[in-house]
Design a protein around this ligand. Structure first.
Ligand code: FE2
Length: 346
């Protein structure tokens, strides 16, 4: 099972690049389930029902949030009616909405999703470590695969949560700082961990906010109106591969794609779709044949890799050079090609 988790979608630039990238990544990488943090999707502050519905339309299955969840007051009416929109589970009892849910992949397999918020340099909510144990246990009764978005400021608190849930959750990814960290790894008992997934939004900014306004506040210590920046859109995300029988993660890949990367990806996937829809195409015919033969010879997993090579797309272990500089991948020691980390981001 492959889960795409999209880091904080910020304002319209974030929504635009997410809308373009998510369907293409679902197609290219065989994504089964998509989660996105959306707490800054409405002009950088909060989320509205209308925007949440639009994001679900991109192919997102469950949305998580954090400290900005209540910024747009209309969400108070929407969140109780939308089980796919989570707020941190460690809000005091009585807060509207819910902090966890069970989603379903496109083939009907259950996936647990839990949203938590840290307490260091944040509003002190209930103990996230105690809530995590209780919620993960509840989710594991219904789903082997459980994904946790831990929305927190301090790296130490996020790494601690990863170890706290090692062997209990499939993956723990931090959000909130809007700066992607390069520490993705698989913990010993099978939990994938990344300190922060980063921001899907305008990177020519100070964590999403217009540079002049945010810098001015630092320099003058005077109040300033914060507007969403517009330039340098990037998609920050991770792809976690999990064994649905055990719930253990077997790989984690970090993505940091520019608008140009996303455009090239979307166009290549559209071209692939057009070719596959053309029954008279000789290439389409040969690819179809190749798929059948590969599946017979190697089983569905290796067949998919074979199919990607036949399509001229990125096979799992030989990525397009342009995209290879925009992401990295860590595999389980038990995975076919051994542990591998290829740092970096542009
Ligand atoms: Fe936040």
């Amino acid at each position: 099972m492959r889960i795409l988790f999209v880091g904080d979608i910020f304002g319209k630039p974030g929504r635009d690049i997410a809308k373009r990238a998510i369907p293409a990544l679902i197609q290219r990488d065989g994504i089964d389930f998509v989660i996105a943090n959306v707490e800054n999707a409405a002009a950088g502050f909060g989320i509205t029902g209308e925007i949440a519905e639009a994001i679900l339309g991109y192919g997102v299955d469950v949305m998580t949030t954090g400290n900005h969840v209540w910024d747009k007051k209309e969400i108070l009416d929407y969140i109780p009616r939308q089980p796919k929109l989570l707020r941190p589970a460690n809000f005091p009892s009585g807060a509207p909405g819910r902090g966890s849910c069970i989603g379903r992949t496109r083939t009907g397999e259950p996936v647990g999703v839990l949203n938590l918020m840290g307490r260091i340099f944040m509003t002190p909510l209930d103990d996230p470590f105690a809530v995590a144990l209780r919620e993960v246990e509840n989710l594991r009764a219904q789903a082997r695969v459980v994904f946790v978005d831990f929305h927190a400021e301090a790296t130490s608190e996020k790494v601690a949560m990863g170890w706290h849930l090692d062997g209990r959750a499939t993956a723990v990814s931090g959000t909130h700082t809007h700066v992607q960290t390069a520490d993705e790894r698989l913990l010993p008992k099978g939990t994938a961990l990344l300190t922060d997934a980063g921001m899907t939004g305008p990177h020519d900014s100070i964590i999403g906010v217009d540079v002049e306004a945010a810098l001015g506040r630092f320099v003058t210590a005077m109040p300033a109106k914060f507007d969403s920046a517009v330039g340098g859109a990037r998609l920050n995300a991770i792809v976690v591969t999990a064994d649905p029988r055990t719930g253990r993660a077997t790989a984690i890949e970090r993505l940091n794609l520019s608008a140009a990367d996303v455009e090239a990806l979307a166009e290549s996937q559209a071209a692939t779709s057009r070719l596959s829809e053309c029954p008279t195409s000789s290439r389409s015919h040969s690819r179809k044949t190749t798929r059948i033969d590969a599946r017979r010879r190697h089983g569905p997993k290796r067949a998919r890799a074979h199919r990607q090579r036949a399509d001229g797309r990125n096979p799992p272990d030989v990525r397009d050079p342009d995209l290879a500089t925009s992401g990295s991948r860590v595999r389980s020691p038990t995975a076919r090609s051994g542990t591998r980390a290829t740092p970096t981001s542009r």
